[in-house]
Design a protein around this ligand. Structure first.
Ligand SMILES: [Fe+2]
Ligand SMILES: [Fe+2]
Length: 167
């Protein structure tokens, strides 16, 4: 995929969604415990970083500028994904329910991505109409993403913070 030249926040985040969708597809075609675990690890890292940059930078920038309920729902959806991610990070691929957990995570993410990006009046569509500097936000998201990816590679990524669930 050609590297995008824009720093528009919604495009940058949408690229992150495509990346995770590809990984889920790859998982479904993969056999063998070790390979599966590697893909799941990649999915979890991508999602950990993605949810974090949205929660640290993107969602707060939209507060007061788009539908309040949509933002609240997004935090709750993130938290339930984080709970599954936590379980998957500690699980072995031959464990009972492993594949089911990956598939449920995939379905949850699909639903979430639809609300953020794909449906009518999605969060991103609202953001594009709102008084928000998407270019500047995109630069901030990209910078933070690079930092967190480095931390993840070094195995130093802090556990996800729960906003709506008791952790
Ligand atoms: Fe997202
Ligand atoms: Fe999100």
């Amino acid at each position: 995929m050609p590297k995008s030249s824009t720093t528009d926040a919604t495009k940058l985040l949408a690229e992150g969604h495509r990346k995770v969708e590809e990984l889920f597809e790859k998982f479904e075609k993969t056999k063998g415990a070790e390979k599966k675990q590697k893909i799941v690890h990649e999915i979890c890292t991508e999602l950990n970083v993605h949810t974090r940059i949205e929660e640290e930078i993107f969602y707060p920038a939209l507060r007061g500028k788009i539908e309040e309920d949509d933002l609240d729902e997004a935090y709750v959806e993130h938290d339930s994904a984080k709970a599954l991610i936590l379980e998957l990070e500690q699980a072995q691929p031959d464990e009972e329910y492993y594949d089911a957990k990956v598939l449920v995570l995939k379905e949850q993410i699909e639903h979430h991505v639809k609300e953020e990006e794909k449906q009518r009046d999605s969060m991103f569509a609202q953001a594009r109409k709102a008084d928000v500097d998407l270019e500047k936000l995109g630069e901030q998201l990209q910078a933070r993403k690079s930092e967190l990816m480095e931390e993840a590679k070094a195995g130093r990524l802090a556990p996800a913070e729960m906003h709506t669930l008791a952790s």
